[in-house]
Design a protein around this ligand. Structure first.
Ligand code: RP5
Length: 165
């Protein structure tokens, strides 16, 4: 299954890009769309309503300000929706984060941290891996490589500290 990435504005592009960079690296198909909960509400609802039949398994919704994108999408689909609060405006993303995590009961969404698009991509991969053994293997390999890079960083620090004594 593919991942649908929706952003409230093209000004969110730079902060959302890490989501599909990591999806690509894991061999997961995706589509990116711009649609706004406030400025193009009908189109947003249509995208959410069609998402399951269009072959998507997860929706990532990136928006800043008093962000309603993720919640509105969740209201129109039973697919899992993950909010990506965008760091923008006077409050730097705290407003978008609170809009996501303080959803009223009954239509839950998940949220990553402010500017957490890469983590959102990884979380989408984890969700899809529940029904995809090949993706599970790719995700395990990713985790393994990540662990190895931490070990390599430790070795570099050890060598540096040794050189300083
Ligand atoms: C939100 O308002 C968008 O997701 C964006 O983060 C923010 C500002 O949008 P623009 O005014 O730059 O289009 O809806």
């Amino acid at each position: 299954m593919r991942v649908l990435v929706v952003m409230g504005s093209d000004s969110d592009l730079a902060q959302m890009t890490p989501a599909w960079v990591v999806l690509q690296s894991l061999g997961i198909g995706y589509e990116v769309k711009v649609a706004s909960a406030h400025r193009s509400p009908e189109r947003l609802v249509q995208i959410a309503q069609r998402a399951r039949e269009d072959g998507f398994g997860v929706i990532l919704a990136g928006a800043g300000g008093a962000a309603h994108l993720a919640g509105v999408m969740a209201a129109h689909t039973t697919l899992p929706v993950v909010a990506v609060p965008i760091a923008v405006g006077t409050l730097g993303g705290v407003d978008a984060l609170l809009s996501a995590v303080q959803m009223p009961g009954g239509v839950p969404i998940a949220s990553v941290g402010i500017g957490g698009a890469r983590n959102a991509g990884l979380f989408a991969a984890a969700i899809l891996s529940a029904s995809d053994p090949e993706l599970t293997q790719r995700l395990q390999r990713f985790r393994q490589e990540q662990s190895e890079s931490v070990l390599a960083a430790d070795q570099r620090v050890q060598a540096q500290l040794k050189g300083n004594t």
